[in-house]
Write a protein of this length. Structure first.
Length: 441
């Protein structure tokens, strides 16, 4: 018998109807032995996610506002599912335990984690699987950094004693026993860690879309679905804003060479998208696919520094990076010329401190000129298929020129599997559509 780890996101476990679908999916394949669940998500447009309500409870507690009704809304959601599905768990006892803890003003991580905790208990009972808490298995250090190897060992040891289990996503604990969560959407990471620990054949990530699309459907009409994508390509696309899977979920699966399969709970017959290692890229190249996907985001600033003889001035770039470090700003790209270097930063990271940063550049780098280009959008066109072909960039730039898009910056990763262009924010959508049409028939 093989092992599949299946993680079900918030929308797949939002209510009794969704949980019934989820159960059917799990029962359809006996290899689906380890199930990781998110907290219940939105049931309809305008609904609340349990996690959001729990964070709101924390805000109320902090402001000394009554939170009982709010917590009752959370409790009612679970009780409705319990009644609806005819599951027998002593939810009231768990609610009492949480209510007691809420009186002690616990951390927001503790409060938020209760969404997954309660849900895993409920789902385990519904499936007849064991409930295995991840609090003692997913280990963080005192600073909140994930201890990957310790976690791996702990999960492996624990699950060796469980044939089938449901585990809550999203959280673990620090050495002093306090609950620590991942960032939002972090149940994906839990799923990947479990998959790695048990040596799963595949890590299935069940959500409400059938995998990745080649472009954002809000921009391109009916974009094609990506059937397979390498970890590296996905990393490039998610970094640039293609959602669906938490970025940090890729690493554990990649380390253990476990394919990730994004699936749709509402359309389980669709095979979804497979995220695999480099090896299978070769076969995909044979499919003659040039690009795998296009993604991007808006609101970057480019600071172009020019200094005569910069190329022979030692430590120039080091000093730029030192300034960014002092301001805790991440740079996205650093395209350079003979006597020029441009620093591309997200506006979010600059956080209103552009003038201060420019003053520092001025005084510590003494450039001949500084040009600032604001409101830039970055678009990454990604695909291993590009690297061994001639004319790809020509086609891309021609498409943009024909669409009347002015390119403000170009950067190509050394892997040659992406071409990044900077365009004005206002041209963002137009540029993505033009690239898509140039490469996808
Ligand atoms: N429930 C958490 C969130 O909403 C974690 C998750 O669903 O992955 O972010």
């Amino acid at each position: 018998m093989g092992i599949k780890v299946a993680k079900f996101g918030g929308s797949s476990v939002a209510d009794g109807i969704q949980l019934t679908k989820t159960k059917a999916i799990i029962q359809q394949d006996p290899d689906r032995r380890y199930i990781v669940v998110s907290a219940p998500g939105k049931r309809f447009e305008g609904d609340n996610k349990i996690t959001d309500l729990l964070y709101l409870c924390k805000t109320h507690i902090e402001h000394n506002l009554p939170y009982d009704q709010l917590f009752q809304v959370v409790a009612d959601r679970y009780m409705a599912v319990e009644v609806n599905l005819g599951v027998d768990v002593d939810l009231l006892c768990y609610f009492d335990e949480i209510r007691e803890n809420l009186k002690k003003n616990p951390s927001s991580d503790y409060i938020a984690s209760r969404g997954e905790y309660l849900n895993a208990i409920l789902v385990a009972a519904f499936l007849g699987y064991d409930f295995v808490d991840t609090a003692g298995l997913i280990k963080f250090d005192a600073k909140g950094k994930l201890l990957m190897e310790e976690t791996d060992r702990a999960i492996r040891e624990e699950l060796s004693g469980h044939e089938r289990a449901v585990l809550p996503g999203f959280y673990g604990s620090t050495p002093d026993g306090h609950i620590k969560t991942f960032s939002r959407g972090g149940s994906d990471i839990t799923g990947a860690l479990v998959a790695r620990a048990v040596g799963a054949d595949v890590y299935e990530n069940w959500t409400d879309v059938s995998g990745f699309l080649m472009a954002d459907p809000r921009i391109v009409k009916n974009p094609k679905q990506i059937q397979s994508i390498s970890y590296k390509e996905l990393r490039e696309l998610s970094y640039m804003g293609a959602g669906v899977l938490h970025e940090d979920a890729i690493y554990p699966a990649r380390m253990a060479n476990i394919p990730i399969n994004i699936r749709n709970t509402n359309n389980p017959d669709d095979e979804g998208t497979f995220i695999t290692s480099e090896a299978s890229d070769e076969s995909r190249q044979a499919e003659d696919r040039i690009i795998t996907g296009i993604a991007g985001s808006k609101d970057f600033t480019v600071v172009a520094l020019y200094k005569n003889m910069m190329s022979s001035e030692k430590g120039f770039v080091r000093r730029i990076l030192g300034i960014l470090d002092d301001y805790d700003i991440n740079f996205e790209h650093l395209p350079s010329g003979i006597d020029t270097v441009s620093v591309v930063m997200s506006n979010k990271s600059i956080d209103g401190r552009l003038d201060d940063v420019l003053d520092e550049f001025e005084s510590r780098l003494r450039p001949d000129s500084i040009d600032v280009i604001e409101n830039i959008a970055l678009i990454a066109t990604v695909g291993h298929g590009m690297s061994k072909r001639t004319g790809v960039s020509a086609a891309l730039f021609t498409a943009l020129a024909n669409a009347g898009v002015n390119i403000r910056m170009i950067d190509q990763g050394s892997s040659e599997m992406n071409i990044i262009v900077g365009v004005e924010n206002k041209d963002f959508e137009k540029a993505i559509r033009a690239i898509y049409e140039a490469f996808v028939q």
